[in-house]
Write a protein that binds this ligand. Structure first.
Ligand SMILES: [Zn+2]
Length: 440
């Protein structure tokens, strides 16, 4: 009798274990089924690398990818295809950042009850947060130059524009020049560039919070500053100025002086706090990490590091996120490439005090009026900072970052063009073209 009880107990335990494992499997299936179904080796879902069902559209419903007669096709417009390649992906799966690869389950219309395709059999629809008009405007304004353009809504965190150049036509990949370095790489996500003077927005934040009387102080630039056996130079003599002029004129000598007073550890702390040295997450994709090295006290390297040179590196999306925080009283929203991802509420990281953010914002407004020219950005309440980053041989990288101080159009942007020359004259017009297309 006792033996039977023991056996009954063993059977009960076994049944429980099986039920538990089955439960776990169902849970994992519900959570990950879409990924499993969307795995590129699944023959039901892919034909020679191309998803065989589903549609990808922009925020206004414009088709960026669809399936016709069993074949995948990209936008009918060439510039839209070129501008959005790194967002959508190519047919062969070389572009790892693409939605076709990363959100395959969603595009196929996978659901755990009915299986692979949605009830209609036509697959699902993935609505990206980007605006196809802005994608085209950025691509056209880049005029064949390599680089990254990112625009994000600083209230919702939705990415409205994300363009990476160079690119190729996914409808005709045989025309791709595969000798080009980083052709398949999404520069907004995966590049890290020397920031040059856009990094002064970091040094300035640290100075506002750590140097007493900063706004009352008189600064002077004689064109160069002797530091640690070398010299920091400006393009000209900026003369006497207040801190807001130092940013608007992008005076290296003043920012070198501030870096020396703040010290490398303090600058490092702010670069870390603003997320510029770590990898940022966008819908599960990771950006490249930037870099800031703490140079020795009193050194020439420390001086240059405060002006965005030395070993400083930043990723374009991470830079745009920092600008979002300046625009949004210190709150950086979680960035997303999906429209309405924030329906359940936007999550923010408070990375900057509201007071410091407001001071930075006002000085960026002053910089536009004094240096960049409001007339170059007609109708836009733009606040910005340019950067011209020396990168050894060749022309500098041209940066322009900022935002619109406009509740109806809360857009923050980061533009970086490689080997392009001056920040405001080269990257500025690209920012203007994209923003004009978005406020229309
Ligand atoms: Zn100067």
């Amino acid at each position: 009798m006792r033996r039977i009880q023991r056996r009954a107990a063993s059977v009960a335990l076994l049944v429980l274990a099986i039920a538990g494992l089955l439960g776990l499997y169902i849970l994992r299936f519900a959570l990950h089924g879409g990924e499993w179904a969307g795995f590129p080796s699944n023959g039901d879902a892919f034909i020679s690398g191309r998803i065989r069902a589903g549609t990808v559209v922009d925020r206004d419903g414009e088709t960026l990818y669809c399936v016709r007669d069993g074949e995948g096709h990209w936008s009918e417009d060439l510039n839209t295809r070129l501008a959005s390649l790194h967002l959508i992906g190519d047919g062969a799966g070389f572009v790892g950042s693409g939605a076709l690869f990363n959100y395959a389950g969603e595009i196929l219309g996978y659901d755990p009850i009915n299986g692979l395709y949605s009830a209609s059999g036509g697959g699902g629809t993935l609505t990206l947060s980007v605006d196809a008009d802005a994608q085209r405007a950025a691509w056209e304004a880049m005029k064949g130059r390599s680089g990254a353009v990112v625009v994000a809504d600083y209230v919702t965190g939705e990415i409205l524009c994300s363009v990476s150049a160079p690119s190729f036509d996914p409808e005709d990949p045989s025309g791709a020049d595969t000798d080009i370095q980083g052709l398949y790489m999404s520069r907004p996500l995966s590049a890290a560039y020397a920031p040059g003077s856009v990094f002064k927005l970091v040094t300035l934040a640290a100075a506002i919070e750590n140097i007493d009387g900063l706004f009352d102080r008189d600064f002077h630039c004689s064109g160069s500053l002797e530091v640690g056996g070398g010299r920091v130079t400006c393009t000209g003599k900026h003369g006497d100025m207040k801190i807001e002029d130092a940013l608007a004129k992008s005076c290296n000598c003043v920012f070198a002086q501030l870096a020396l007073e703040l010290g490398g550890e303090t600058l490092q702390k702010y670069a870390d706090q603003f997320g510029l040295t770590s990898r940022q997450e966008v819908d599960g994709l990771r950006t490249a990490a930037g870099r800031f090295d703490t140079a020795p006290e009193g050194s020439l390297n420390l001086a240059w590091s405060g002006a965005g040179q030395y070993n400083d590196m930043v990723n374009p999306i991470a830079m745009a996120r920092y600008v979002c925080a300046i625009a949004n009283r210190g709150d950086a929203p979680r960035l997303t490439q999906r429209k309405n991802a924030s329906r359940l509420g936007v999550e923010y990281d408070h990375i900057l005090s509201a007071d410091t953010a407001e001071k930075l914002s006002d000085i960026m407004d002053y910089a536009v009026r004094l240096t960049y020219g409001s007339e170059n950005y007609p109708g836009l309440a733009i606040r910005a900072k340019s950067g011209t980053a020396e990168v050894g041989s060749g022309k500098p990288n041209a940066w322009f970052v900022g935002f619109l101080d406009d509740p109806e159009h809360p857009y923050a942007f980061a533009v970086c063009l490689e080997d392009a020359g001056f920040g405001s004259s080269q990257a500025g017009p690209v920012a203007n073209a994209v923003l004009q297309s978005l406020v229309k």
